[in-house]
Design a protein around this ligand. Sequence first.
Ligand code: PLP
Length: 358
Amino acid sequence: MRPARALVDLQALRDNYQLARELSGAKALAVLKADAYGHGAVRCAQALHAEADGFAVACIEEALELRAAGISAPILLLEGFFEASELPLIVEHDLWCVVHGLWQLQAIEQAQLAKPLNVWLKLDTGMHRVGLHPSDYPGAYQRLLASGKVAKIVLMSHFARADEPGCSRTTEQLAVFETARQGLRAEVSLRNSPAVLAWPQVPSDWVRPGIMLYGASPFEETQAHAARLQPVMTLESKVISVRELPAGEPVGYGARFVTGQPSRVGVVAMGYADGYPRHAPTGTPVMIDGQRSQLLGRVSMDMLCVDLSHLPQAGLGSRVELWGRQVLASDVAMQAETIPYELFCNLRRVPLVYSGQP
Ligand SMILES: *Cc1c(COP(=O)(O)O)cnc(C)c1O
């Protein structure tokens, strides 16, 4: 069997979830969208089910996958419905629903619903992606109440720059939120992972941690709370071929790396078809049998090359960690000019192997 695989430590996931709760003192919806950022939504939901206050996903398709697997906890649809025809299913499966646009509000007013909805009313406080305009917000809240179609309303918004500690934009967004919600009596939810970790002054009855659950830091710099996160995924494989090369020999497609001295090069069964980023350059860190080394040359579809020159013990069959506890996904992401979110979501072909299930 090909040795490439992603180990997923569900105990680390639970510990990170508890850290989100501890830091915020709030109820926490574990964000499991995009197949739990590539970690497997059903298995992650099952691992958190006993303790989680609820889950959040991007769309009804993702929510129904969890319901079909027997997950009975609250599930919030972060973009609500895309078509009014989803409303009966939302009610039938007891899903919570974001309302981020006036057309959704109107659809709820006009729908015949078997049960009242739980709505999270989203305000655009300055990210300018989705959410109601502040001037429409109090009116929308009143209309929801008056519609008789709603059991509970939570007031929510989303930060654009909470991953930049000290950036005044987050404070500005908070001020817009506080002004728009004056006089509205409801629970609030504002904080994603970076805001849970770095913005304790932001009020929250509910937090919405995503990336921190998976143990990756949303910050570029080290951050005290983020240092307590435990990486959940270890992407690993093995050395399947070794080359002894003299100086001046090219390695891989495009001869992007040429040996500067006599070198030992290991070939690892891992490539961009597995989701390892093709843009990772020579020098990107890897661990080989627990020792630090680096990527050499271009990443190809099924293989990549690493430096074994300083590791005489390493060779055929050596275990390679591409990211995990020793090589942080954030460090690989930075080298590849992306973010750990994208690395995790892009994972494919490699089997997910779970541990830490109670
Ligand atoms: C994805 C998402 C989150 C989680 O964000 P992280 O940065 O991964 O914590 C929270 N809220 C909303 C609305 C989201 O779309």
